[in-house]
Design a protein around this ligand. Structure first.
Ligand SMILES: NC(=O)c1ccc[n+]([C@@H]2O[C@H](COP(=O)([O-])OP(=O)(O)OC[C@H]3O[C@@H](n4cnc5c(N)ncnc54)[C@H](O)[C@@H]3O)[C@@H](O)[C@H]2O)c1
Length: 314
């Protein structure tokens, strides 16, 4: 059996951000139209607050597979990525394992790309100011994705440890597309007046408050991927048009939504729909320049598999 292996160097070189934004748009549309069977992931908590996750999906184009990865939220302190593992691709005819693709780099790039695609449809076209809350791997990929799609003037980076935000700004000027990068003193300072806000932290408590948000802003809420974690306060979610990658995942995994829902702030019907429905033109995105929109990103195996298959075919 010949199993091919694609390392992070290959992924970083061959999965360019503009191409990946398009690929994720196609993938979420295909998922919506029944091209994938997407199964709910298993995230098994382990000692130390870490997780081992199994994310499977089946594609009717003739392949299936899974991403298996560890999530170590405190890893950035020691210079390791928070998500590490492999994507396994099998052929759909005989179930043969065909390839292993580095999951650390795919996860980083595809997550920024999905938020890029969401922002393309939901953010105001004249968006000029980007706020990044968190200064890790996802901050880098969101900066790349969003600065490639909008003519940004300014990017504010907030991190709970300010020196990390400062070093992030120093290291990433080249990918900011000419925008000025600034380390913010507080999340409030970063968010006030921002047109696009990306929440990219493992925080369990809200890092964004409704009263800071400018009317018309778009939020990519990426960091909170479990039922007990949230980055947005109740009022932000209640007042916004709320979109997601998967409704099933939101109800099972999104503290941003289920914590306020379980407290009675709104019901299931508050969720407008998925990116797939939006890309298919079946639901309306923003209805006015004043709407606040949220894309809740949980991350799907279909996205990982599609990226891995693209790399394998390349
Ligand atoms: N939705 C998805 O598909 C998806 C994919 C990958 C990662 N994620 C999530 O996105 C978040 C960021 O991932 P990453 O790979 O950039 O991680 P990272 O560890 O590289 O960066 C996390 C950043 O948040 C900061 N931080 C740590 N604890 C914090 C806290 N309590 N409050 C505020 N900030 C804190 C860290 O200093 C760091 O700057 C994680 O929660 C991760 O699980 C989501």
């Amino acid at each position: 059996m010949d199993i091919r292996s694609f390392d992070s160097e290959y992924v970083e070189k061959n999965l360019d951000m503009p191409g990946c934004v398009e690929l994720m748009e196609d993938t979420l549309l295909k998922l919506h139209r029944g091209g994938f069977e997407q199964y709910l992931r298993t995230g098994q908590p382990m000692p130390g607050g870490n997780i081992i996750a199994f994310m499977p999906a089946f594609c009717f184009d003739g392949y299936f597979g899974a991403k298996i990865l560890s999530v170590f939220p405190k890893n950035s302190r020691d210079g390791f990525p928070s998500h590490q593992g492999q994507i396994l691709i099998f052929d759909g005819e005989h179930g043969e394992l065909k390839a292993l693709v580095d999951a650390t780099s795919v996860t980083k790039i595809r997550t920024g790309a999905v938020s890029g695609a969401a922002s393309k449809y939901l953010a105001r076209k004249d968006s000029k100011i980007l706020a990044l809350l968190g200064a890790g791997e996802q901050a880098e990929s969101h900066l790349k994705a969003i600065s490639g799609l909008f003519a940004l003037d300014e990017v504010r980076v907030w991190n709970h440890n300010k020196s990390k935000a400062e070093s992030f700004c120093g290291a990433h000027r080249a990918i900011a597309g000419g925008a000025v990068l600034k380390a913010a003193d507080s999340a409030e300072e970063a968010v006030r007046g921002a047109d696009i806000i990306c929440t990219l932290t493992p925080s369990k408590e809200p890092v964004v408050k409704y009263e800071w948000i400018k009317p018309g802003a778009h939020i990519n809420a990426v960091g909170a991927c479990t039922k007990d974690a949230r980055e947005l306060d109740t009022e932000t979610v209640r007042r916004a048009r709320f979109f997601c990658d998967s409704v099933e995942s939101v109800m099972a995994e999104a503290g941003d939504y289920v914590i306020p829902m379980n407290e009675g702030a709104f019901g299931k019907e508050h969720l407008v729909g998925t990116l797939g429905q939006l890309f298919a033109g079946e639901i309306e995105g923003r209805t006015s320049d004043e709407d606040i929109t949220i894309f809740e990103s949980l991350g799907l195996a279909a996205e990982d598999l599609a990226a891995a298959k693209y790399l394998m075919d390349k």
